[in-house]
Design a protein around this ligand. Sequence first.
Ligand SMILES: [Fe+2]
Length: 398
Amino acid sequence: MSNLDLNVTLSKDNNWFWWPLFPLYPYGSRNTMFSELVPNLVWGFEQLQGLYYVAVPIRMVVVKVPKGLMLINPLPPTKSLILALKVLQEKYGPICTIVLPTASGLEHKVAMPAMARVFPDSTLWVCPGQWSFPFNFPLSWLGFPSKRTRIMFADGLPHKGICRWISLGPIDIGLGRFQEIACYHKSSQSLIVTDALVGIDSEPPKLFDNDPTPLLFHARDKGDQPLEDSPKARRKGWKRLVLFASYLKPDQLKIPPISDILKNSFKPGLRSLKSHFGIFPFKWEKNWDLSAKDIVGKEKPILQVAPVIKRLVFPRAKVEFLRWLDEIKEIKEIKRIIPAHFTAPIKFTQRDCIEFRNKINFSEWQISKGNWSFLYLLDKNLLKNRVVPEKPLDTFKD
Ligand SMILES: [Fe+2]
């Protein structure tokens, strides 16, 4: 077992100059945490990313490949992250490959050009069908160096001898395409995915140890309550963050009248940006935590298709999702899954994959009630206004 720990290196300079390109919390200051996911073979770097204190972990995975290292889903390269990667390089060889395996995940794309500049000798591989919003610029305009950027499948695949690349999609989502290419890294027996699957448990990620403000902010019931720290408050706040991130507006969450919001705002002790001046436009109903039981595991993470992805990306693409799982379930030696968000690694054997596929196949896919009602209405409106197509798989058929 390797004892590699880069968290001291990562505790210093966390400025991220390009944050206005994708202005999400924690904006220009990106604290990073390191963990060795499979000794000497796979490592994870995590940062927080979110809106209005709804922040969840986003992960870059580093994989040992012949003659060096491969980065998957690059994170904003702060000075401390670059330093930590250079320590890894000294031990395991140069960063020779950087992969963006998703066409749609803007949060994973935004740091790719900056990371490419840090490692000028690396080759970049991107998922086909890249698009940008609000304007669809070519990759070179977005800062991708054209001479060393390759398109996956069209130009081949990186490290084919040691990795198996399994595509989910493409699926037409109106603005562009959803496609992600999972990487099965043979020697570590790990499947590295981006947004298609996540596992969530009840313990807040360690990333919040440095600044638990988002957890404590959402653990309150009214805007006039101070931000009080305790393990219980952190766990309560975490569950609510997960509910927000999963359902956008969970069923047990109501929006109070503006008069109530203002009545509880600007109270002494809360007149600061950190506490958003006491402005707290949320009212959780009494049994709100029952909403979390299907998605937040108590003892171990619950593996799932994130509800927001399931209802807004895959609502009419269950067949494609099952096909993707069918391809994965052929891998006899698989031991774990490493998603780009929430908990990692998660135990995932061939048997787990078969069970998970059966669960999905025999359960309701287009859920419209309870926690799902807001996402259902959103999808219905997008469909009605023809923002998303009724047959999302036909568009990309050759
Ligand atoms: Fe993502």
